[in-house]
Design a protein around this ligand. Structure first.
Ligand code: GTP
Ligand code: ZN
Length: 364
């Protein structure tokens, strides 16, 4: 006999909740909690969205310190929220295991991974067809998306400023592997509908790109209105002081959910070389034909990469870019602090332990 699937309220679906999340959540069987999605991480609290609306939630202090970076919820996370009483702040009891995670290198001396956004399905890489245009940067963003398990889509914005958008599309397509490359104008709405092909009910899309590339204009165009800043009253020492913050998670009804977070706006590369081979699939294929197995593709005789450059089949700039990225990745790899990954692993372990501890899963 098959069980009838539990009913999912449309308000939760609009936030990206689906049967698969539901199954994980029910299995965990945490009594007294409900699913909530993280909309704004703040210093001491988190704005979360549930089937019934927005709440200002907290994480118990202990969890905070024992779990480290991976234990901190980020925008896009699904959490188990416990609403204790009408007066007390709701408490985040657990973070559901993430489907995807976008990360960046933490600024400063110590190399550590910082989690920026979770459970993103599509990453829109926005690049202006003005002085912002830079194929190498797009390649980095592509690598970042792939490392996080997120599907990248390149948006060449401001096509109204150029005569031959197709030329740019072709150039980027050469570097983009399987990723779709679109040109458009957020300002006059040209080709905006092409973007909608990647959105849809339950799909979470995030935006990345330099300042001025047009992300806000694009999001407003998708919303069909100016995004409103949300007013917030800080309590405690700054009692009564009004600050405005932006909601970073924007539900679009049955067209999906948008994530726009400052953490994604300026990002450094963090990853490994497997993505390099993915981005530079053409070069990776050539390296198989080099005479020496440990060819560095810089000066060796019989190097298939150098031969391809010689014959004009491969651009020299692309090879330079390959070497540069590969050097950076190696450098990072040796300095890498495995801590963040370890923490995520342990957190998942803990989550599954929690599942095992509750023999009778109950619906929430
Ligand atoms: N010509 C043209 N200008 C655009 C287009 N899209 C955005 N702009 C302009 O580019 C400027 C920057 O746009 P924003 O949307 O603020 O860029 P952003 O990526 O959100 O920038 P940050 O908020 O700094 O990260 C604004 O003056 C927009 O009007 C476009 O398609 N064509
Ligand atoms: Zn070679």
């Amino acid at each position: 006999m098959t069980e009838t699937p539990a009913h999912i309220p449309p308000e939760l679906r609009a936030l990206g909740w689906d049967e698969e999340w539901q199954a994980v959540f029910l299995e965990a069987g945490r009594e007294g909690t409900q699913p909530a999605r993280l909309a704004v991480p703040r210093k001491k609290s988190y704005t979360v969205m549930t089937a019934t609306g927005e709440h200002e939630a907290v994480v118990p202090g202990k969890t905070w310190h024992t779990q480290g970076a991976a234990g901190q919820p980020v925008v896009g996370d699904w959490v188990a929220l416990e609403v204790v009483s009408d007066t007390a702040s709701p408490v985040i009891r657990a973070i559901l295991p993430r489907r995807t995670i976008l990360t960046r290198k933490m600024p400063g001396e110590k190399v550590a991974e910082q989690f920026v956004a979770a459970n993103v399905d599509v990453l829109f890489i926005v690049c202006g067809l003005d002085q912002d245009y830079n194929v190498r940067r797009i390649e980095r963003y592509l690598a970042l998306a792939r490392e996080g398990g997120v599907k990248p889509v390149v948006l060449l914005n401001k096509e109204d400023l150029v005569e031959d958008a197709a030329r740019f599309r072709d150039e980027v397509t050469e570097s983009a592997g399987e990723a779709a490359v679109l040109s458009m104008s957020a300002k006059d709405g040209t080709n905006l509908e092409a973007l909608e092909m990647f959105l849809g009910a339950g799909v979470t899309a995030a935006f990345i790109g330099s300042s001025g590339a047009g992300k806000s204009t694009l999001i407003n165009a998708l919303l069909g209105e100016e995004r409103q800043d949300t007013q917030e009253v800080i309590e405690g020492t700054d009692r009564g002081k009004h600050t405005t913050t932006r909601r970073e998670l924007i539900p679009l009804g049955d067209r999906g959910i948008l994530i726009d977070t400052p953490g994604l706006r300026e990002i450094q590369l963090w990853g490994d070389e497997s993505s390099l081979d993915d981005i530079f699939a053409d070069i990776a294929a050539l390296t198989e034909h080099c005479r020496f197995r440990d060819c560095s593709h810089t000066s060796e005789p019989g190097c298939a990469v150098l031969e391809a450059v010689e014959s004009g089949e491969l651009s020299e700039k692309r090879v330079e870019s390959y070497h540069k990225l590969s050097r950076e990745l190696r450098h990072l790899a040796t300095r890498r602090n495995e801590q963040a990954r370890l923490e995520e692993k342990q957190k998942n372990k803990r989550f599954h332990k929690m599942i095992r501890k509750s023999p009778k899963p109950r619906p929430w």
